[in-house]
Design a protein around this ligand. Structure first.
Ligand code: ATP
Ligand code: MG
Length: 588
């Protein structure tokens, strides 16, 4: 396949929705004030995410439309907007009955089962703060986050409670209520000290009035992925919905008749902003897969559910690539019209793989827990440069900054300057603080600029290119090297499924580059392959940027949200302490 540096878009080739307009026109015509008016607002004033996401549709013609299709071990459970609204009202009533006040924290520790979605939206409806935790966290990370987030209520399943919390409950004096629901396919026996939520829901009223929250009221608490250190609790407010609505349009091209699948777990911000809020705001039908990754099943879901818009992550795409293109070819993705990815840099190889396996390019986009919503994206409305994370969305002002001698941040005026990616503050879903860490929050800003901690460059066409997290950047023989560039080059070799690259202290070079590689199906580690990969990288990157060493690993250490943990590769390589590993996949 020919691989030009740019993938030109044409409506004939990529059948996207008809109301596409050109990117420049979208940006020019955009204002956050106008975006705010796309939301209804509460009757009589105020803004509540649950009202916009659920009630508004349930009160109108969208009532019978499916909000969610839950794909579980026992079949499909369809929940309409009307039913979702009734369930959320009941959960709101239950919270009121338990004396839970506005602003109190309602945590969930649940798999992707209906109760998770009802609890998050019902908590928002109640004016409480929702905080979804990833259910595979071990006991210690769960307790730490519940304590840090000052949880008043936890919704979990019987088995998760018994395994992760029962013995540690006395470390959480502020946790007043644990509401227990059945594990999927099981009966529920509420352990001592917990309440059977289903019983309260049965008798709850559906007439509970929604809380009149204001745009700036705290709505969600999200912990970061912990890729670079201890996770931070980012605070988000109801106004974030304005950004979720707008970005759902511009970056994901959502329309009410879409069948949309976001593969992220709501324990991560993607799974909430784009797995719950944005799709509901747009009135779409979301697929929720209750199971774990499985290449065969995922292809089947895309095909059988006739998914139209798919939002996933590089880690999943790399796993699909690892399983081979042949498997993809056994399926037909006729309904699919838009695919996007977030969480890590998307290697150009993965964009091309999308063309081969799905018949569509994959659109990379960039954002963080802190930004609350998508900031920079490859949208349907312009050509893709594989390897670039795209251009700033309407309403988002992004730039590259470099520090001058006095430590002040100067906005780079020349294209392709390498520096820190910064955003001009003021978009609605921006975090309003790190919980209990005002100083860390203040450090993220220089005047009007929010400093992202990521290094990037912006080319003459306004496309942003990710270089590295500031913590991962490698300094070798006077060059600043981003691991992503080296990893992408390695991934061009047919044997390589994923690669993680680090810098090792080196006497003369400062740092020398070492790569860890896991192989695709059908390849086995050998010295000959190692030499071949070293040679491939040298040809592709030049001697200064190519790795000097390559080790083979069955898989790379990654966070539960799927990000390669280079800091861990490095700590293990150098025999250093591993630091916070609470979000490491496979850790219990
Ligand atoms: P922590 O802040 O705890 O170290 P984290 O930064 O991984 O964890 P998230 O907020 O989940 O936590 O991830 C945001 C980061 O993920 C970004 O700052 C960036 O480094 C990376 N990222 C997200 N999307 C992309 C992308 N499309 N390309 C490159 N990097 C991305
Ligand atoms: Mg971060």
């Amino acid at each position: 396949m020919v691989r030009p540096a740019i993938i030109r878009k044409s409506l004939a080739e990529f059948p996207v929705a008809p109301n596409w307009t050109d990117y420049e026109a979208q940006r020019a015509g955009f204002s956050w004030d106008a975006a705010r008016r796309t939301l209804a607002g509460l009757p009589g004033g105020g803004l509540n995410i649950a009202h916009e996401a659920v009630e508004r549709h349930a009160a109108g013609s969208g009532r019978e439309r499916a909000a969610f299709l839950f794909l579980g071990a026992n079949g499909v459970r369809r929940i309409s907007y009307g039913e979702l609204s009734r369930l959320c009202a009941r959960f709101d009533y239950v919270l009121a009955g338990l004396g839970v006040a506005r602003g109190e924290r309602v945590f969930t520790l649940l798999g992707r089962q209906p109760e998770l979605y009802v609890a998050v939206l019902g908590a928002l409806r109640h004016g409480a703060v929702a905080c979804p935790l990833f259910s595979a966290f071990g006991p210690e990370p769960v307790v730490t986050r519940l304590a840090l987030g000052e949880a008043s209520v936890l919704v979990t399943t019987e088995s998760l409670y018994r395994r992760k919390l029962e013995k540690l409950r006395d470390r959480l004096p502020r946790l007043r209520h644990v509401l227990v629901v059945a594990d999927p396919g099981e009966d529920c026996h509420a352990p001592p000290g917990t309440i059977d939520l289903a019983r309260l829901m049965e008798t709850a009223s559906e007439q509970q009035a929604i809380a009149v929250t204001q745009a700036e009221d705290m709505a969600l608490l999200h912990f970061t992925s912990g890729t670079t250190g201890t996770p931070k609790g980012a605070v988000h407010v109801h106004e974030a919905a304005v950004a979720h609505m707008a970005t759902g349009t511009y970056a994901l091209d959502l329309h009410a008749d879409d069948i949309y699948w976001c593969t992220a777990d709501p324990g991560w911000v993607t799974g909430t902003s784009y797995g719950i809020i944005a799709p509901l705001l747009h009135g779409v039908t979301s697929i929720v897969d209750e199971g774990e990754f499985d290449a065969q099943r995922w292809y089947r879901i895309l095909e059988e559910q006739r998914v139209t818009v798919w939002y996933t992550a590089p880690t999943a795409i790399r796993m699909l690539m690892k399983a081979g293109t042949g498997l993809a070819r056994e399926h037909a993705f006729g309904a699919l019209r838009f695919v996007a990815s977030v969480g890590e840099p998307l290697n150009p190889e993965a964009v091309w793989w999308g063309m081969e396996a799905l018949g569509l390019p994959i659109h990379d986009n960039w954002w963080q827990t802190e930004t609350g919503g998508i900031m920079i994206a490859n949208t349907p409305a312009f050509d893709i440069k594989p390897g670039s994370m795209g251009r700033p969305l309407p309403g988002i002002d992004a730039c590259i900054v470099v520090k001058d001698q006095d430590g002040a941040h100067r906005v780079a005026s020349q294209p392709d300057t390498e520096g820190e990616l910064a955003l001009r503050r003021g978009w609605p879903s921006m975090f309003r603080g790190y919980l209990n860490n005002e100083e860390r929050y203040r450090k993220c800003f220089d005047g009007e600029l929010y400093l992202t901690g990521d290094l990037a460059r912006c080319d003459a066409d306004g496309y942003f290119w990710f270089i590295a997290r500031a913590d991962d950047v490698i300094k070798s023989a006077g060059h600043l090297i981003g691991p992503f560039e080296v990893e992408s080059a390695l991934m061009e070799h047919p044997a390589v499924a994923e690669a993680g690259v680090i810098g090792k202290p080196h006497e003369t070079l400062g740092e020398s580059i070492k790569a860890f590689v896991s192989l695709r199906a059908g390849y086995a580690p050998s010295d000959a392959l190692r030499m071949e990969l070293l040679g491939h990288a040298r040809t592709r990157l030049g001697a200064a940027v190519a790795p000097k060493e390559i080790d083979f690993l069955p898989s790379l250490p990654r966070t539960r949200s799927g990000k390669i943990m280079r800091r861990l590769l490095k700590a293990r390589e150098l025999g250093l302490a591993e630091g916070d590993t609470s979000t490491l996949e496979g850790q219990t």
